[in-house]
Structures are given as C-alpha cells and as structure tokens.
Ligand binder design. Structure first.
Ligand code: SF4
Length: 198
C-alpha cells in the first residue's frame, strides 16, 4: 500500500512525486533510505490528483497541508494546483516545500498560477554559492542555482509567506551567508539540521 498522504505533528503531508532534477547528497532517497519517520514513501506509480484527494481527509482539521515527499511536487504542477485549490476550497492552508526550480523546469513563471492556491512556499536554497550547491545537490539542469535565487526574488510578489532554508552541518555551507541572501530577497530564512526530516 503506497503512502499518498502522511502526518507529521499536526500537519498532513502529500507525497505527489518521487522525481527530482536534483540528487541531493543529504537526501535519504539518494542513499536508498525510503522511509521518513515511520512512513515508506516509495511510489510505484504517479498518483493522480483524484487519488490524493480521496486520501486527503478534511484539510481544515490540520495546521497545514504540505506538499513534500521524496520528489519535487512542482514537477507535477497541474496535479499540485488541482489538489491545492481543493484544499483552499475546503478551508485548509497550503504549503509547498520546493527546490525552487519550477520556473526553470516549466520554462515560464508559474508563480501567478500558484498564487491563488498556495499560502506558503519553503524553498531549499541549500548553499551560498553555485559551487557548494552543485557539490551537495548535483543539479541535472544547467543554471539551477541562479534559477532558484531568481525564483526566491520573484516569489514575494505573488505569495505572502516565503521561507528559504539551508542545512546546518553540511560541509562548506555558510548559514550566515545563506541567511543574508534570503534577507536581500525579502524572504524569511530557516536553518534546518542535518538528518532531521520534516
Ligand atoms: S530535491 Fe528534495 S527530494 Fe529531491 S533529491 Fe533533493 S532533498 Fe531529495
């Protein structure tokens, strides 16, 4: 039985995709660890929006509905937007945890499409420069680091609650410099700890 939705604390998480254009060295998936907390997030097929909606329950009962699994949810933009709209219609709050590469991969600014149905974005900045980013995230699409920074700059024009994150304890990552990049873009910053998922 696949885990389409799972709960951490008082939030419900949606496991929409197991694909990424990054291959982060710190990601459990990269090391074939397919469980987060007690949940096995392996997907054997790409779940439809309807399957997720059937599994979702009442979004208003949770602090947030969070798009975050073992892949990048914005690679399935159409489904993400359909589910997020339904969550909003049913009185829920939507957060998307993302690599910030949606505009690069979709080759257009998708923020206006997300604006109506996403309350918060949590963007993995991960590094204070491209060399450190490439070392830890191994992007498969050229220009990913700059595209992520551009996405962070644009995002506050469309969505009210934007947070950039970086992981404390990764070699070469300068948390203070990451925080500064976030500040320059008018977004919040949150430091995450290595090997703590959620
Ligand atoms: S973007 Fe997220 S899910 Fe994808 S490899 Fe990196 S940490 Fe893992």
């Amino acid at each position: 039985m696949e885990t389409l939705v799972y709960d951490i604390g008082d939030s419900r998480y949606i496991n929409l995709s197991d694909r990424c254009t990054l291959r982060c060295q710190f990601c459990p998936k990269t090391h074939d660890e397919l469980e987060v907390h007690e949940y096995d997030l392996r997907l054997t097929h790409r779940p439809s929006a309807e399957e997720i909606i059937d599994a979702l329950g009442d979004p208003a009962q949770f602090r947030e509905i969070v798009f975050c699994g073992f892949g990048e949810s914005t690679l399935r933009l159409k489904e993400l937007i359909k589910i997020a709209k339904l969550v909003k219609d049913r009185g829920g709050r939507v957060r998307v945890n993302t690599d910030g590469l949606a505009n690069l991969v979709n080759k257009r600014n998708v923020l206006p499409e997300l604006a109506g149905c996403v309350d918060a974005l949590c963007v993995s900045m991960n590094a204070q420069n491209e060399a450190v980013y490439i070392r830890h995230c191994e992007p498969s699409v050229k220009g990913s680091y700059q595209a992520m920074l551009d996405f962070l700059s644009l995002a506050p024009n469309y969505i009210g609650d934007i947070t950039a994150t970086a992981i404390n304890g990764l070699e070469g990552v300068d948390i203070g410099a990451c925080e500064e990049l976030a500040k320059e873009r008018g977004v919040k910053f949150r430091q995450r700890e290595l090997n703590v998922v959620g």
